[in-house]
Design a protein around this ligand. Sequence first.
Ligand code: ADP
Length: 551
Amino acid sequence: MTKKIFNSIFCATLAVLLISTVFIGSVLYSYFGNMQRDALAEQTGIVAAEYEKNGEAYLTAFSSQSYRITLISSDGTVLFDSVKDATALENHLGREEVTQALAEDSGSSERFSDTLLEKTYYNAKKLSNGNIIRVSHTKSSVYSLLIGLLQPIAAVLLVAFILSFVLSHRLSNHIVKPLENLDLEHPLENDTYDELSAVLSKIERQRKTLLKREDELKQKNDEFSAVTENMNEGLILIGTDSEIISINSAARKIFLAERDCIGRNIITVNRSPEFTDVAGKCIKGKSSDCLLTIYGHEYQVNANPVMIDEKAAGACILIFDITEKSRNERIRREFTANVSHELKTPLHSIMGAAELLKNGIVKPEDEKQFAGRIYDEASRLVTLVEDIIRLSQLDEGVITEKESVNLTEVAKEAADSVKEEAASRNITVAVSGADVQISGIKRLVYEIAYNLCDNAVRYNNENGSVKIEIESTQSGAVLSVSDSGIGIPEDSLERIFERFYRVDKSHSRETGGTGLGLSIVKHAAEYLGAEITVSSTLGKGTRISVLFPKI
Ligand code: ADP
């Protein structure tokens, strides 16, 4: 800016200087020219008067370095010339001043010499005898003056040039300095040119508008971040060049990406062909989806284009963790297959025995035994169906309000239910512990206690024992069922809560087990927020504890 101002001032100064010089020069030249003309006219008057008085003698006696006298007849013939031989001179009738004088009694003209360096002024006057007396005066022309004055003019111009340069430089600095020191953060507090007040007020208004917009943008950005950062689903926004515009923390976690991946291409986050294909399609304006498996987790990727004015301006990619959903679906599929298998087995037995009875193949003395088998298998079917219904209810999440439940009482009820079976195999069942109240659903607490007691008896040895203990601890109420039974192999401990898993299938079936008891325990415990721990020694016994949360 300083340079621009400097150039403007400098050029303006030089232009003014040059124009003034030329103007003054031309005014002076014309002034002196006029003076010259007036003096010449006066001189011509004197010469004419003297000639009229003294005749030819005056002309021959006239000697002047400055003036030249010429006497011309009315037909243009030169009769006398004070400088040159009159006879050698051409006819002067065509000369401007002569023609003018012949017509108007006096005339004047000016002519440059051949080199333009000299200018001659002519003044002519008509005499009483009709002849013309002409006086001329030659002086240096403006051009010769210029050539003569070239050196001093150049010197003056040089000094003026230097002065203009220095002054322009100083002036431009002086003008620009207050502008450079302007505090645009506080425009109205500046002490500067009055002419800038309007501009500074406008800057202040625009600054306030900008600050407001910045605040609004920040607020919107914060809101967007608050929403996306707290989402469980991964969210990635990409631009038309597949560059990442935004990525939330869930997506970063899924792809193990860093925060600084913003601005990079989407393939830096995941290079799998399915993912890049989906991203590529949606920035071309086509919605698409795919499944991804990353570090043992399954994800569903949904990509949708972001359209602005019917043109794809980017894409929004959502990533859902469907590991749990897929696992549940797999479990449900397996469960359905297992249920049909488990239902078919007793039904086949029933059908087989009934067919033999129907066809009269069974001896009369064996009929009772066959009827008994049908009864047993039918009972198994009922138990199985009941267990399936219980599990389905838990799966469906049929929640009833929690109530205060006396854990000891429920444990005693469960113990009573298995006592008959225990007694038949000479197994003792003992309940110990003070009354402990918990917050739960009585039916579910009973399911837990009953299934644990049932297993403790079922997988016990003849003359064994089952201990049911209830205690109140710092962490909550604990129900423990220990038995002196066959125990569970270590590699099965993880799996006994799976549906239809049995360590020894034939033993479980023989004893009427459905393979669903511990699944019901697990689901009911989850429902009540209880924790299960299992410890077992093969051949010695098992202890399963359930910790119910504090009221
Ligand atoms: P089931 O109806 O077959 O008993 P559960 O789901 O109740 O089915 O138990 C799953 C498997 O865990 C049983 O088949 C059995 O092998 C094992 N099990 C459960 N409780 C005990 C226990 N107290 N002692 C030994 N094994 C047990």
